[in-house]
Design a protein around this ligand. Structure first.
Ligand SMILES: *Cc1c(COP(=O)(O)O)cnc(C)c1O
Length: 431
């Protein structure tokens, strides 16, 4: 044991991790044994759930064949959608490479199910930035607002709880859909547990049984044993270059839920009359199936990385959200450094640990859609993939960095140790 550790420590040292950083990381990891064992149990359950879904749907080698053109009778596509539906305990699914990203999946689910004169309600405050333009909160070409769909919002209370009286007041005869974002995204509110989402949906359905409850499930898949579709969500939506793609899906998004609402989304994605019947899979099916198969364990690894980072930086006196002990409902970890140098050193460490582009030094830069410079660290096999180890931080107070992913726990650990090494070298922490 001692000797094996020494060999590993030597390689860490060769790769830039000093013995002090290594020892500190080891001590924190030691303290997290129980936490990690609990994560492994969730992974075990979710792994079985996915394999069960694949067996029930009789996945076979023919599913991996590429189709072209219209993609009629695409066996692999149809079975994959059956597998997603089964894994999420839902009636139907739309899982396509033609869905370009999470925002697109959400836009398709919303615009497929809303009609002029309808109203959309967010009972959990402001949605993710890119949704503002989809909805038309920020005016945009082709937004739901341009098609006569109005929007209402009930903010969370200061302690993060649901404002039930405000939600009750906001629901009206025109409310057709409710959008619930599970992950906090780049806000400071807590991420919602599936249990809390279930309570919220039950309350809303009691007021208005026919309203369609959609959950933005981005970054939440396989973090818990339950998914929003287990607790009453009519639609559940996400990106395949986050958790459910398992790092292997090169593109894509999914929509699962009640059959008629998934159908409506399909008519919007392809065309009225065509719906789910078209859409060639062009050879990506193997990576979609295999990625979903790996997704529970990849998500578990990313989760361990997030818990490890929280405990490392909390111990060093930084404010972290979620904190080191909180239960987790997504894979995002925020660390507040309070000064730009901390954010920069952290991101440079993550970049230096990447398997791809590790020799690149990220610098803060002006980015479209942001009101301050942003620094981003990513050395990913799939462009922009945030189930792979990645971090970014806006260059403005409170100077927080948002960190997520890691295809394996061991790689996430290396990235976090490297971030700590860079902070140490910059004189921003003492060990
Ligand atoms: C990532 C994300 C989205 C949008 O996904 P993109 O793939 O970046 O378009 C929407 N909502 C939440 C909560 C997300 O984390």
């Amino acid at each position: 044991m001692e000797q094996r550790d020494a060999v590993t420590e030597t390689l860490y040292k060769e790769m830039g991790i000093s013995p002090r950083v290594w020892a500190f990381g080891r001590q924190i990891e030691e303290e997290l044994k129980e936490r990690f064992a609990a994560i492994d149990e969730t992974v075990e359950y979710n792994q079985l759930k996915v394999v069960h879904a694949m067996q029930e749907s009789r996945v076979e080698a023919a599913c991996f064949a590429a189709t072209s053109g219209y993609g009629y009778n695409d066996l692999g596509r149809e079975k994959l959608e059956a597998v997603y539906a089964a894994a999420f305990h839902a009636e139907a699914a739309l899982v396509r490479p033609q869905i370009t990203c999470g925002t697109h999946a959400l836009a398709v689910a919303l615009s497929g199910n809303l009609r002029p004169g309808d109203e959309l309600l967010s009972p959990v405050g402001k949605p993710y930035d890119t949704l503002e333009e989809v909805i038309g909160i920020r005016p945009s070409n082709g937004s739901l607002a341009e098609y006569g769909v109005t929007y209402r919002q009930a903010d969370l209370l200061p302690d993060g709880s649901f404002d039930y009286p405000a939600i009750e007041k906001a629901l009206n005869e025109r409310t057709r859909m409710v959008t619930i974002q599970r992950s906090k995204g780049y806000q400071t509110r807590p991420t919602l547990s599936v249990k809390r989402i279930g309570e919220l949906i039950a309350f809303i359905k009691k007021q208005k049984p026919d309203v369609i409850c959609m959950v933005d499930n981005c970054y939440g898949e396989f973090v818990e044993r339950l998914e929003p579709t287990d607790v009453g969500a009519d639609l559940c939506v996400g990106s395949l270059i986050k958790n459910p793609g398992g790092g292997l899906a090169p593109v894509g998004g999914y929509i699962v839920g009640k059959e008629k609402y998934v159908e409506n989304a399909a008519y919007r994605l392809t065309s009225p009359g065509l719906g789910k019947e078209v859409g060639a899979s062009l050879g990506v099916m193997t990576s979609f199936y295999q990625g979903l198969f790996l997704a529970p364990s990849v998500t578990g690894g990313a989760l361990k990385g997030a818990v490890f980072a929280a405990n490392i930086y909390e111990r060093l006196g930084f404010s972290v959200i979620p904190d080191g002990r909180e239960s987790r409902h997504d894979i995002i970890q925020a660390v507040t450094f309070g000064k730009p140098e901390g954010v920069i050193a952290f991101c440079q460490g993550i970049q230096a640990a990447a398997p791809v582009d590790s020799y690149v030094t990220p610098e803060p830069w002006a980015m479209p859609g942001y009101d301050s410079d942003v620094i981003m660290a990513a050395g990913a096999f799939v462009q922009g993939s945030s189930i792979e180890l990645s971090a970014d931080g806006p260059m403005k107070p409170p100077y927080a960095v948002y960190f997520q992913g890691g295809l394996t726990w061991q790689h996430a650990k290396f990235g976090i140790l490297m971030s700590l090494q860079k902070l140490l070298e910059a004189g921003l922490v003492t060990l």
